[in-house]
Write a protein that binds this ligand. Structure first.
Ligand code: AMP
Length: 470
């Protein structure tokens, strides 16, 4: 991002941090960083309207490191490395990615960090915690497991970050969050980031932020500017053939293929493999190890198509994809914006291709309404036999009806709720040792205007290029 605005040196960050930033190849801060870093450096509470992809992680991680540096210790003694910053994330992948960012940004400092999340052995995490870390990144459930086992002490936390707070509430983490917040000192800095601002989120913000400064990246309509959106009207039965044809014709090398269900993700990945396309599925029914491997293979370029559900894909740090394909049209229009935000980042051009069956016209209508942009379906010519043509003729007739219903929006009832990957939302089993009262922190109301913002669904990375290989 070489637009106007400050460069990182104007924030007064320590040379050790600046060095790490420059090694990452960041030349200038993204819009959310420009706004968040000075506020966070002052120790103020902050409410950020931003989703993954905006550079928000550095927006809170750099100030955290900077604020903790003056008391950083080179001592080997664990007692000299208490947990002083706690970053909570909804998913294991996001926790992992945030932790990697913190590690990288802090690598020239004596500050230590680690990550704890469920689904993997607790022992290595316990060892890391016992050795002492200043910055702890965690998913709520596993953190409470460690609290219960007394392998972590949160009594010296000075800075708390809730990342992707909306997703945390969606996943039912509110009771866990309250338990965790009760364990923290009342005197602390708290920051919250969320892509959307429901009443619930505002309530949560009010309950644990003190006079937060509201920060919002201007909603960029970059989707319209840099992402070419194409919708193909394809009968459901031909979607697989259409997908294979698109992947081959366009010679796509790295693409996320979005589907609406876990079952659909596995099945499609298997079918693609059978069609000679290297594919992997990432969804909630896969083990942690399988999912991380799929992600690593994809990032390394060994997997061409990563078939993902929305929840599994949310928060994945995969930037600048040349294309995303919606094999299923998402049930929620907002998910469409998130999906296509995976491509065309940082001003790079990208393709968002959607396969729309006749039954999905209503969902496309919702997306058009949200994006205030017409998405006119095109026809994809598939080499096929007479049966397909017959089917197409049949489907075409219903499609015609469907197209009309794009406007009338009454013909195709749709599920009221998208299926959710329950793997991510396994609730924490309350531990006997953990208190469950209401938050101990009495919070004054947020400053007028600081929080009440309109929902932000499409804040994309407003700037700089990311180092590849992420
Ligand atoms: P985040 O929204 O924090 O997940 O960041 C999205 C991606 O942008 C990550 O891969 C970061 O490494 C990258 N990034 C963050 N800040 C910058 C920056 N100032 N310039 C270039 N890339 C950045």
């Amino acid at each position: 991002m070489s637009e106007s605005g400050p460069d990182f040196s104007s924030f007064g960050l320590d040379p050790a941090i600046l060095r790490a930033i420059s090694e990452q190849g960041y030349t200038s801060p993204t819009p959310i960083q420009q706004e968040a870093i000075p506020v966070a450096l002052q120790g103020k509470d902050l409410m950020g309207a931003a989703q993954t992809g905006t550079g928000k992680t550095a927006g809170f991680a750099l100030p955290i490191l900077q604020r903790l540096l003056p008391t950083a210790s080179h001592s080997m003694s664990p007692a000299r490395h208490p947990v002083r910053a706690l970053i909570l994330t909804p998913t294991r992948e996001l926790a992992d990615q945030v932790a990697e960012n913190v590690r990288v940004y802090g690598k020239h400092t004596p500050l230590r960090s680690t990550v704890v999340f469920g689904g993997v052995d607790m022992h290595p995490q316990t060892d890391a915690l016992r050795a002492g870390v200043e910055v702890l990144i965690a998913t709520p459930g596993r953190l409470l497991d460690h609290v219960q086992q007394r392998t972590v002490n949160l009594g010296q936390v000075q800075i708390l970050v809730l990342d992707e707070a909306d997703r945390m509430l969606d996943m039912g983490f509110l009771p866990d969050l309250q338990r965790i917040i009760n364990l923290l000192p009342k005197e602390r800095q708290s920051m919250m980031f969320s892509a959307t601002f429901s009443d619930e989120i505002k309530k949560l913000a009010k309950s644990f932020l003190k006079d937060p400064i509201g920060i919002e990246v201007a909603r960029r309509n970059s989707a319209a500017e840099t992402v070419t959106q194409t919708v193909y009207a394809v009968p459901e039965a031909d979607k697989r053939a259409a997908l294979v044809q698109i992947l081959r014709e366009r010679d796509l090398k790295q693409v996320i293929v979005f589907v609406n269900t876990k079952l659909g993700a596995s099945r499609l990945a298997r079918h693609l493999e059978r069609d000679g396309i290297v594919a992997a599925a990432i969804h909630g029914d896969r083990s942690q190890a399988e999912r991380l491997k799929a992600l690593d293979d994809f990032k390394a370029g060994n997997v061409l198509a990563l078939v993902a559900t929305d929840v599994a894909a949310r928060g994945l740090d995969i930037a600048e994809l040349p294309a995303v394909i919606n094999y299923d049209v998402p049930y929620n229009a907002e998910d469409y914006v998130h999906r296509i935000g995976r491509t065309g980042r940082a001003g790079a051009s990208g393709d968002a291709i959607t396969l729309m069956s006749p039954a999905e016209t209503r969902q496309i209508a919702d997306i058009e309404k949200l994006m205030k942009k017409p998405l006119t379906p095109e026809t994809l010519v598939l080499p096929g036999g007479t049966r397909r043509e017959e089917r197409e003729r049949d489907d075409h007739r219903s499609e015609e009806r469907g197209h009309r219903s794009v406007r009338s929006a009454v013909r195709h009832p749709r599920p009221t709720q998208a299926p959710v990957d329950d793997w991510f939302s396994k609730p924490y089993e309350p531990a006997a040792a953990v208190a469950t009262q209401t938050p101990a922190v009495a919070m004054p109301a947020a400053r007028p205007g600081a929080v009440a913002r309109k929902p932000l669904v499409g804040a994309l990375l407003g700037g700089g290029r990311k180092k590849t290989g992420a």
